[in-house]
Design a protein around this ligand. Structure first.
Ligand code: NAD
Length: 264
């Protein structure tokens, strides 16, 4: 497979460092000929993201904090000015106060619930609207979710609720933008050791549990998530929209650990 993304341009949001899922996706897209623009959250991140982007041949970087709508508008104004149109968008952005990614969901505060929802869920709807305006010939959007949206994962708490809303948003956005040939999908990744992942209490235990019990008996790499993203963002998947696609070594299908695993 070669140059599947040749002639396509798009925006990648959410690279913090070379462990980020968005980085795995960016590498896969660039390896197949895509032209990439990146956003980074604040100047502190710029020094890490800039050399990574440059390594993929991109000097097109813009600051963006999704809590600041003016910075989101600026990103899309700049994209319009420089490129005129885009073909795809990657949304790999999430945040919740670490102090509420432990203990009981029942104790979530109103303030952190709202903030988590705006950054981790509604921001996708906001960027999708702006991206769609730059997709006159159709396009493809993806976001990142986690299985804690439909099943209770200890400590994932309000983020699980935000991911449930994000997955519902994917379906509504897919219906809204489908007539414009714009596809909207989510990748539900298994646990990956990233900055955001480390914010969840006992992340290492959950990581090791899934490694032990998933059908493939391992966790997934950011390159494997990148491969699925390449499929969803390219013309390989033109008939697919509104889906939540699992890249989790099959963990989501398991009801109970295999007795062989329990005996060890
Ligand atoms: P990461 O820390 O590398 O990336 C999270 C990104 O969100 C960072 O780049 C950060 O700058 C950005 N971000 C946070 N608040 C922001 C804001 N206000 N404005 C703009 N950007 C903001 O971690 P990651 O694990 O690669 O996370 C990417 C996505 O993948 C998230 O949606 C996360 O929930 C999802 N995900 C992660 C895992 C995992 O185990 N790591 C599993 C499934 C899904």
């Amino acid at each position: 497979m070669q140059d599947v993304m040749k002639g396509k341009r798009g925006l990648v949001m959410g690279v913090a460092n070379d462990h980020s899922i968005a980085w795995g996706i960016a590498k896969a897209l660039a390896s197949q000929g895509a032209e990439l623009a990146f956003t980074y959250q604040g100047e502190g991140m710029a020094k890490r993201v800039r050399p990574l982007a440059q390594g993929l041949g991109s000097d097109f970087l813009m600051p963006c904090d999704v809590e600041d709508l003016a910075s989101v508008d600026q990103v899309f104004a700049t994209l319009k000015e420089k490129w005129g149109s885009i073909d795809f968008l990657v949304h790999a952005v999430a945040f919740s106060d670490k102090s509420e990614l432990k203990g009981r969901y029942a104790d979530t505060s109103r303030e952190n619930f709202s903030r988590t929802m705006v950054i981790s869920c509604f921001s996708f709807t906001e960027v999708a609207k702006r991206a769609a305006a730059l997709m006159p010939n159709g396009g493809s959007l993806i976001t990142l979710t986690y299985g804690g949206s439909t099943r209770v994962m200890p400590n994932y708490n309000v983020m699980g609720v935000a991911k449930a809303a994000l997955e519902a948003s994917v379906r509504y956005l897919a219906a809204d933008y489908g007539p414009s040939a714009i596809r909207v999908n989510a990748i539900s990744a298994g646990p990956v050791r990233t900055l955001a992942g480390a914010g969840i209490a006992d992340a290492r235990l959950m990581f090791n549990y899934q490694k032990r019990h998933a059908p493939l008996r391992r966790t997934v790499s950011i390159e494997e998530v990148g491969g699925a993203a390449l499929y969803l963002l390219s013309d390989l998947s033109t008939g697919v929209t509104g889906e939540v696609h699992f890249v989790d070594s099959g963990y989501n299908i398991i009801s109970m650990p295999h007795p062989d695993v329990l005996k060890t």
